[in-house]
Design a protein around this ligand. Structure first.
Ligand SMILES: [Ca+2]
Ligand SMILES: [Ca+2]
Length: 212
């Protein structure tokens, strides 16, 4: 599933970074923006009916800066989240609005992201994209992505954005004594047990849990 973010997607990110924002006429300053969250373990689902970030106390607070000036009026739909590590990817539902901001940026360039995330797969840490640009970490001289300490887990274990029998087979293989797999540890408590089975079952409805 790691290949769902392909070279084409990377090209899109690069191209977007070179284009001034249509909403503000400014280019987002990669090294001036910031985001924070208390972090936590969030259950995501392709249908977008998993946890809300606010439910787990992990609301993301964002400030978007360009040329040392805040950028107001960036549309809520211009924000979305991806997994920090492309090798263990959280697979977003294409076109979903479920990881967008709560509202456009205000006069201070600030907004929040507190809703659910429509996705499958698994990721330790989430990175934030604003208008096609991945926000870098200001505490690391912007040399790496800013990685928020939010671990995403989904019943869609194979990341094809459907929760169905192949996902159940993957879960069962670990549940009955297979080696620990953090992606099956749906409550992020360090083991795979009955609580994880219950969480898996909540979203095991093959027909309903496709991307919207
Ligand atoms: Ca699946
Ligand atoms: Ca667990």
């Amino acid at each position: 599933m790691m290949y769902r973010f392909t070279a084409g997607f990377a090209f899109f990110l690069i191209a977007a970074a070179l284009v001034p924002s249509p909403s503000s006429g400014q280019i987002v300053d990669l090294c001036g923006s910031d985001a924070s969250s208390n972090g936590g373990c969030i259950r995501v689902c392709p249908k977008g009916d998993g946890d809300h970030l606010s439910d787990i106390g992990a609301t993301i607070y964002v400030t978007v800066i360009s040329q040392d000036q805040p950028i107001p009026n960036i549309p809520a739909a211009d924000f979305w989240l991806i997994g920090c590590d492309p090798l263990e990817e959280m697979v977003l539902c294409s076109g979903s609005a479920s990881s967008n901001a709560d509202h456009p940026t205000d006069q201070q360039g600030q907004t929040t992201i507190s809703g659910p995330i429509a996705a499958g797969g698994c990721s330790d840490g989430l990175a934030l994209i604003v208008q096609g640009i991945i926000i870098p970490d200001p505490d690391a001289d912007c040399s790496v992505w800013l990685c928020l300490p939010i671990n995403a887990r989904s019943s869609d274990l194979d990341g094809n954005n459907i929760v169905d029998l192949p996902d159940l087979a993957l879960f069962a293989a670990v549940f009955v004594g297979g080696p620990y797999d953090k992606c099956m540890d749906l409550n992020c408590d360090g083991s795979v047990g009955l609580q994880d089975l219950a969480l898996f079952a909540e979203h095991f409805e093959p027909v309903r849990h496709r991307c919207l």
